[in-house]
Design a protein around this ligand. Structure first.
Ligand SMILES: NC(=O)c1ccc[n+]([C@@H]2O[C@H](COP(=O)([O-])OP(=O)(O)OC[C@H]3O[C@@H](n4cnc5c(N)ncnc54)[C@H](O)[C@@H]3O)[C@@H](O)[C@H]2O)c1
Length: 398
């Protein structure tokens, strides 16, 4: 027997850092007995303080009442005792450090300690979930639950399936996420980057190549994507904000060695390596694509991007979205929901394709691909069959 939404009462979060404490805060507020486990006592103390602080904020902005947050605090237990945290649980979310070996150890321990019917999930940003499932004796009860930061405020959670997990385990996990008042989307296959970061990659990399080749400027593209298209940040501003340069360069080798379906076989744009080698990691290093010495935000003028064709950025993103639909990784609706709720994009890529026409997207994509005939990025920019079909038959995604 595996737990169902009607039998889940107790949640365990392993790893009480930035994400784990946020996930625990959400679960306890939704009415679940919640255990937070960490190997570091000081992290547990901080987690408790920060959850209290975020609950107070919820009261201030009218999202919760004093009584609700008092009850939620009473449902939380912070403990470094692994057996206490996981011995009597129904659903676990692992949110420890992003290292495959650490997570595999935790999953082995969870498999030993957690009740047989419990579902075990991981909040990994991109590690191999199938391998985590396979270190346990219950691979069919292991899924990914990819939350967005900060969990209390972000609505989206990606539910990632492996070949071992049946639909019913995904359904129970989605029902749980909904009971947290969050929106789940289903990534039906364990692929690198899952859905949302899969779309984020061409948003960052496509423009990086344009700048590397001297075709357009950083400010021009950021201005156009922000002010003409309504993205919360342009691709370069976003990369500086999230530390994307460092993440992409340091993760390049892992991505090239990843052998899951839809794994990446193209190298990172050289401009990212050039910045990385100079220590220009982004905002936290006071320098990335922009300099941040005297100000927090880059100054991007509205006028700068007026002449830029934003569809050159959209086309590879739409192509990646269409590839996920074509390979039955995600539904059209889930891809777009992921972009809107996970990236705060003004519109999902497939909605965008319907708005401008698949034929126009195809034309722009062909233009982008032609620029990559001398790079190993060509395969990534070639139009996928589904997009070509839609363009040929004058069809929409919805
Ligand atoms: N930060 C984000 O924006 C974000 C978003 C989505 C997913 N994630 C993923 O969530 C996970 C956690 O990220 P984070 O930003 O909260 O990291 P963090 O460094 O803030 O927290 C990690 C915590 O795990 C604890 N830990 C380490 N080994 C442990 C073990 N064996 N048992 C129990 N606890 C252990 C650490 O003491 C620390 O408190 C990572 O896999 C990360 O990739 C992060």
């Amino acid at each position: 027997m595996v737990v169902t939404i009607d039998t889940i009462d107790t949640i365990t979060v392993v790893g009480g850092g930035q994400m784990g404490r946020g996930i625990a805060a959400v679960a306890a507020l939704a009415g679940y007995e919640t255990y937070v486990n960490d190997i570091d006592e000081s992290q547990l103390e901080e987690a408790e303080e920060q959850i209290e602080w975020s609950y107070e904020k919820s009261v201030e902005n009218g999202a919760a009442t004093e009584t609700e947050i008092d009850e939620a605090m009473d449902r939380l237990t912070f403990t470094s005792d692994f057996e206490e945290a996981a011995g009597n649980t129904d659903f676990v979310t692992e949110a420890a450090v992003e290292q495959q070996a650490v997570k595999e150890d935790i999953f082995q321990d969870l498999d030993d300690v957690a009740p047989e019917d419990a579902i075990l999930s991981t909040n990994t940003s991109g590690l191999n979930i199938t391998q985590l499932a396979e270190v346990t004796d219950r691979p069919s009860q292991v899924v990914g639950t990819h939350w967005f930061n900060p969990p209390m405020l972000m609505d989206l959670v990606e539910v990632i399936m492996t070949e071992h997990a049946p639909e019913s385990v995904g359904d129970t996990t989605e029902a749980l996420i909904e009971s947290f008042d969050k929106t789940p989307i289903r990534c039906k296959m364990d692929i690198p980057s899952f859905i949302v970061n899969r779309l984020m990659r061409p948003y960052g990399e496509g423009p990086a190549w344009m700048v590397y080749r001297g075709e357009h400027s950083i400010e021009e593209i950021d201005s156009a994507m922000k002010y003409k298209e309504g993205f919360p940040m342009g691709p370069f501003e976003l990369a500086d904000f999230t530390g994307g340069i460092q993440i992409r360069v340091e993760g390049e080798q892992d991505h090239l060695e990843d052998d899951r379906p839809m794994s990446y076989d193209t190298e990172v744009c050289p401009i990212l390596h050039q910045l990385y080698d100079k220590g220009r990691y982004g905002r936290k290093a006071d320098a990335g694509y922009y300099d941040y010495d005297e100000r927090d935000e880059p100054q991007i003028s509205v006028g700068e991007g007026q002449g830029f064709d934003t569809l050159l950025v959209w086309a590879p993103i739409v192509n990646e979205a269409a590839k996920m639909v074509q390979n039955d990784v995600a539904s059209v609706e889930d891809v777009d929901t992921g972009a809107r709720l996970g990236g705060n994009w003004p519109v999902g890529p497939l909605e965008k394709a319907d708005e401008v026409g698949a034929d126009v997207i195809l034309e722009k994509l062909t233009e982008v691909a032609s620029r990559h005939e001398d790079t190993n990025k060509l395969a990534e920019t070639l139009p996928c069959e589904l997009l070509v079909e839609k363009a040929k038959n004058d069809e929409t995604f919805y």
